[in-house]
Design a protein around this ligand. Structure first.
Ligand SMILES: C[S@@+](CC[C@H](N)C(=O)[O-])C[C@H]1O[C@@H](n2cnc3c(N)ncnc32)[C@H](O)[C@@H]1O
Length: 444
């Protein structure tokens, strides 16, 4: 993406810098920071430029940091994180953007004037120019270490190499790609072929996803609220991997179903659409604000179900004692399968989080199991690629739960790996990283 032609070159980069600082220094999530920052720009081209700069700098942060370390004589102090991020933004442009090198350097150096640190200008200028001169040898040295080459934290690189000895490179590479925009046709309103036709007439390039009956992949990203039928509920935005949940759980008319961790309702609405809305479905969510988003989504799609705030790990607080035919447990997880959509996860997630998440998942599994009818099914799902949260979590659950039985998944997608459930690796058939395991409760 080339730099805007207007005199906004410094402003766009300054806003991008503040957004990166919000994520890295203040620990905020990119999904909060990005819309706030982009709202400052009316021009579509400027918005796209800033988005690319922020996402790219965060995506490549671990490689850019290693490059910076080879170029800096003295480490920057913690209070100079602004200068640090500006350097990384400059390096990102030189390595990965279409902006001409001279423009990338001069505009980035000009941003340093806004930092009120007179020494920064010379440092940023010198460092970026040195990089241009020595790019080849510096990159070669940095790329000797795979975690640096693929721009991931060391612990995560090791975890991937251990879990996927033959696939870890493709997982890490996929995490650095820009994710496709995938829609789910609302089958209650039209067929997928009809929606494809509507999109084609609106000159939106799109194609059917091979692994989901309602999935449509858009060739270019766009403002979905401007697409035909959006406001009438004609479709939802949902990755093809997430669209497998309703397919695997196969809701039937009249069934009593619990969607245990439901917001913002992507899978809730898919379950309802799959059963023509005729389900006794309870959508449970711990966070009240997130439940509001679920309610908004159901409203736009013209769907109804029972929904409430509640902790899936504390059924005594919300369960009326009537067992469910089916349960979808889309568990809170590390989200390491969707790094390509949320590159800040590389930064925010630390190994200690994983142990904590595994415990939470285990607790919710054990708490919900008694609420499932004998003969019923539970679909366990995560958007994680870590075996501890997925196959190992399921292996342990099956070992301690006498009436739980593993059901085979007769699907053509994903990676069978451990034979317990199915792991979709990021980028496989264009999908997000996801894990599914279907459990059956035996009659005692
Ligand atoms: C992976 S997201 C769910 C995505 C959702 N199923 C969808 O398809 O749109 C996990 C959700 O679980 C919620 N959550 C986390 N812990 C929970 C708990 N103990 N009980 C209920 N909801 C919980 C989170 O707030 C988050 O909204």
């Amino acid at each position: 993406m080339s730099s805007p032609q207007t005199n906004s070159g410094v402003h766009t980069r300054f806003v991008a810098l503040k957004m990166c600082l919000n994520v890295i220094e203040h620990g905020r999530s990119l999904s909060q920071v990005l819309p706030e920052g982009l709202a400052q720009f009316e021009d579509r081209r400027e918005r796209a430029f800033v988005q690319n700069l922020v996402l790219g700098t965060l995506r490549w942060q671990f490689r850019l940091m290693a490059i910076r370390d080879l170029l800096l004589k003295k480490k920057l102090k913690a209070k100079d994180e602004d200068v640090n991020q500006l350097i990384l933004i400059g390096l990102f442009q030189l390595l990965y953007s279409e902006t001409a090198n001279h423009a990338a350097v001069s505009e980035t150096v000009n941003v340093s004037a806004k930092l009120k640190k007179p020494w920064a200008k010379g440092l940023v200028n010198g460092l970026l120019r040195n990089f241009m001169r020595e790019q080849e040898s510096i990159c070669a040295a940095v790329d000797l270490k795979p975690a640096q080459k693929y721009a991931h934290p060391q612990w995560f690189f090791k975890a991937m190499r251990e879990a996927y000895p033959d696939n870890w490179q493709s997982v890490l590479e996929a995490n650095n790609q820009i994710a496709p925009l995938t829609l789910r046709n609302n089958a209650l309103q039209q067929t997928r072929a009809q929606l494809l036709d509507i999109l084609t007439r609106a000159e939106v390039a799109a194609s059917a996803h091979p692994h989901c009956s309602q999935g449509i992949v858009l060739t270019q990203s766009c403002d979905i609220s401007q697409l035909p039928t959006y406001h009438e509920g004609g479709f939802s935005v949902q990755d093809a991997a997430a669209q497998q949940a309703a397919f695997l759980l196969q809701p039937r008319a009249g069934e009593r179903i619990l969607d245990a961790c439901a917001a913002p309702g992507g899978k809730t609405s898919h379950l309802l659409e799959s059963a023509q809305g005729d389900l006794d479905l309870l959508a449970l969510e711990k966070e009240p604000e997130r439940l509001d988003r679920l309610a908004e989504n159901l409203h736009r799609l013209n769907l109804q179900c029972d929904y409430r705030v509640g902790d899936a790990g504390q059924p005594q607080a919300w369960w009326d004692g009537r067992q469910f035919d089916k349960i979808l447990l889309d568990a809170p997880c590390s989200a390491t399968g969707i790094i390509r959509r949320h590159p800040d996860i590389k930064w925010h997630r630390i190994p200690e989080d994983i142990d904590e998440l595994v415990e939470i998942q285990q607790h919710i599994l054990d708490a919900l199991w008694p609420t499932l009818k004998p003969g019923g099914q539970m679909l366990y799902a995560t958007c994680s690629v870590l075996p501890q949260e997925n196959s190992e979590q399921m292996r342990a659950f099956l070992a301690r739960t006498a009436d739980a039985k593993l059901l085979p998944l007769n699907v053509t997608w994903g990676w069978p790996g451990s034979q317990i459930g199915r792991q979709i690796l990021p980028g496989q058939d264009g999908m997000d990283g996801f894990y599914y395991c279907l459990l059956h409760k035996q009659n005692s």
